[in-house]
Design a protein around this ligand. Sequence first.
Ligand code: URA
Length: 208
Amino acid sequence: MSVTEVKHPLVQHKLSYLRDKDTPTVHFRKLVEEVTLLLTYEATKDLPTEDVEIETPIERASFPRISGKKVAVCPILRAGLGMLDGVLTLISGARVGFIGLYRNEETLQPVEYYVKLPSDVADRDVILLDPMLATGNSTAHAVKLVKDAGATSVRLISIIAAPEGIKNIQDNHPDVQIVVAAIDRQLNEKGYIVPGLGDAGDRLYGTK
Ligand code: URA
């Protein structure tokens, strides 16, 4: 399994504002979208291409275009929804699936409340979106859901990951390619990533 921590200055600069507790919701939302767009660029760098013949205004020649499977992007609700437009800006033809999971705060285990995947998800490259890869329990559950629906190619884009979450995915789904902006130190006793950015859903939607 590959884990890529994107160290690009633009990503790290924007991430520092996401971490800042004084960044207001309106900026936080925009920054999540922008960081996701940049992470999508990295997460899709190995999509296969094939040469196609094009007639430019000057001459006929061959150039690469993305070939193979189409993409299904699946945000894990609710915080993953904040990342969706960042992916769709780059991959406008992607189909979208929704995975509604919440975390039981006592057991830290995922509880499924809504799942709607594209009917042809088995034929698509799946990109899962979950801004905070904390324990990894919800994300591992989401990977299982798309695999049970037939998906064979799964990527995960998260903004921040904890080592515990990465290990969880590594142990349970070693084929999943993970792209993150940062791998933080650890989880605290409440399951939050430290230093992290707090509750991504609350910060995106102004709830508490
Ligand atoms: N979910 C969040 O929103 N933040 C964390 O730190 C961990 C899980």
